[in-house]
Ligand binder design. Structure first.
Ligand code: MSP
Length: 539
């Protein structure tokens, strides 16, 4: 990464590449849809760490609001007890299980959050951005959002209307509450989008937001007075803050806003907010307007992913299509899980999960193309060179083609994963390289060369084995952000740690420097990277 400022003289750390996930409602346990975004963010941040950048990855939980309160009531426990239990028993363990390397985990019931939230809204109130008024309209508790009458679906009776996302009846709310002057920000937002065309991605998401804002914005109801599970408004404690206005601020409260100016300067503005497409307006309209009102810089990008679908419906707990990630990792393993969703579904579009497709990709791409390559190379170094990697003394055009293929794959993967968040294309580029190495071995036929015991034959064999092992060295580095457990196994089997250091310390910038793996390392067979799958469990 090109540094734009010299921070070495000031002692300040360089601005971080700061990535956030949505903070998840803890009314229920996580399903594949939640894990999808969190894994994507993990791959993105691990990639940037391997570029040698200063990176910060934040995830967390959204714990206030009516949805959580009702769930806790239904279970006969206090909302705080409910949240504590779900966070500790379901959410945090899942991220650990999926090898998510988040740097922080924010919970909106933490005081480090609620104190700063109160200061933030007090500031907006002092600035005249908030006023008292009345509002009535259809409200979806699932979305925690007032809906526009025009977007509702017809229900079972003439009076009943359904939320288009949850397909459940909306409720009619009528309250006196406080409002944020969102309507005043329409023109400023449009100006901002025009000046920052990359702010919202993909293009479909950007267009949707533009159309929405161009229609004119209404002021936003930001408080509730009929229940008290939320952050109290500092100037009127009969009201709690609307859960979304509370939740969005996690991105700054976790970054040290109002508490640690140095850290906040390092982290804010965020580089990427990852969001699902259903919560795009909150992040690309309401959140930037709140920041403008507070006089804070706006995040650099909001990137929306599509939905994982089951049977044509958005996967969710409320329509009973939610699948727990553990149901899949217990069969396919964690790394194959991390691989599959990002490889199979172009980021930004909806995608269907299918057991058959996952099985097919596991077998052909992971086990056959990649896993077999790794075990074949280790086996041949063992068989022909007693496990000691020989030097490539007779490299020619074929070897050059492998090195060139690596340069191309590394460059493309860096652009696609690191910049464009086009994970599927980036992973495809790395696997193209794996295919190229397989093709190289098929052509070179080292098992036949091994029969030629002349000096020339021995030099050829050594060169082919070295080339394949060096290609695997680079593959381990490129796949480390995506499949850290597998990449580490490969790194260990290549004996690379001793001469080259830890896998995570290998940089993307040097991955294509051919010849980094020194001859003489001890190559061992290690575990099979992707074992044959058991029969599909009965469902
Ligand atoms: N708490 C809010 C977010 C606040 S961010 C300041 C929220 N929580 S949520 O738990 O309901 O959803 C969190 C994320 O999960 C959203 O981005 C949503 O799009 C995503 N997903 C939920 N179901 C999904 C799928 N079936 N597929 C992909 N992502 C989906 O909204």
């Amino acid at each position: 990464m090109a540094a734009t400022e010299d921070h070495s003289t000031t002692g300040a750390r360089p601005p971080a590449y700061y990535v956030t996930t949505p903070i998840y409602y803890v009314n229920d346990r996580p399903h594949l849809g939640h894990a999808y975004t969190t894994v994507a963010g993990d791959v993105l941040t691990r990639w940037h760490r391997q570029r040698g950048e200063n990176v910060w990855y934040l995830t967390g939980t959204d714990e206030h609001g009516q949805k959580i309160l009702r769930t806790a009531d239904a279970h006969g426990v206090s909302p705080q007890e409910w949240c504590d239990k779900l966070v500790e028993e379901a959410w945090k363990p899942l991220w650990q299980h999926l090898d998510i390397a988040n740097d922080d985990f924010i919970r909106t019931t933490q005081q480090r959050h609620t104190d700063r939230v109160q200061e933030f809204v007090q500031d907006l109130h002092d600035k005249g951005e908030i006023y008292k008024g009345g509002y009535s309209g259809p409200y979806c508790v699932g979305c925690e959002e007032y809906k526009l009458p025009g977007e509702l679906l017809p229900g079972a009776t003439e009076d009943e209307k359904l939320c288009p996302i949850h397909k459940k009846p909306v409720e009619w709310l009528e309250e006196e509450n406080y409002f944020f002057r969102l309507s005043a920000y329409g023109p400023k937002l449009l100006e901002f989008y025009a000046a920052n065309p990359g702010f919202i991605a993909p293009a479909t998401a950007r267009n949707e937001v533009l159309r929405f804002v161009e229609q004119g914005l209404q002021d936003l109801s930001i408080s509730r007075s009929t229940f008290n599970w939320g952050v109290p408004l500092p100037w009127d404690e009969k009201h709690v803050l609307y859960v979304w206005v509370d939740a969005l601020q996690n991105y700054i409260t976790a970054a040290g806003y109002g508490a640690d100016p140095e850290r906040f300067a390092e982290l804010w503005p965020a580089s990427v907010h990852l969001v699902g497409k259903d919560i795009l307006r909150f992040h690309a309209v309401i959140w930037p307007a709140m920041l403008m009102a507070a006089g804070l810089p706006l995040p650099k990008r909001v990137v929306a992913n599509g939905w994982l679908m089951v049977g044509g419906e958005k996967m969710s707990k409320s329509n009973l299509t939610g699948i727990a990630p553990q149901d899949l990792t217990s069969h396919f393993g964690v790394d194959a899980y991390r691989y599959y969703f990002l490889r199979a579904i172009p980021f930004g579009t909806d995608g269907s999960f299918s057991w058959e497709d996952f099985t097919a990709r596991y077998t052909s791409e992971l086990a056959n193309d990649f896993g077999n390559l790794a075990s074949r190379v280790a086996a041949m170094v063992g068989k022909y060179h007693e496990g000691v990697l020989p030097a490539a003394t007779a490299a020619g055009d074929a070897e050059q083609a492998v090195a060139d293929g690596l340069t191309k794959a590394a460059g493309l993967a860096d652009l696609k994963i690191g910049e464009e968040l086009d994970f599927a294309a980036g992973i495809a580029a790395i696997f193209e390289f794996v295919k190229l190495v397989n093709g190289y071995l098929t052509e070179q036929e080292p098992w036949k060369v091994a029969k030629d015991t002349s000096e020339e034959g021995r030099a050829r064999l050594a060169t082919v084995l070295y080339t394949a092992a060096e290609a695997l060295r680079a593959t381990a580095v490129l796949l480390n952000p995506l499949m850290p457990g597998t990449a580490q196994k490969l790194w260990d089997s290549l004996g690379a740690e001793e001469p080259l250091g830890a896998l995570a310390a290998q940089t993307i910038g040097t991955v294509a420097d051919w010849g980094r793996l020194p001859a003489g390392v001890i190559v061992t067979k290690g575990d099979i990277l992707f074992p044959r799958l058991e029969e599909k469990p009965a469902s």
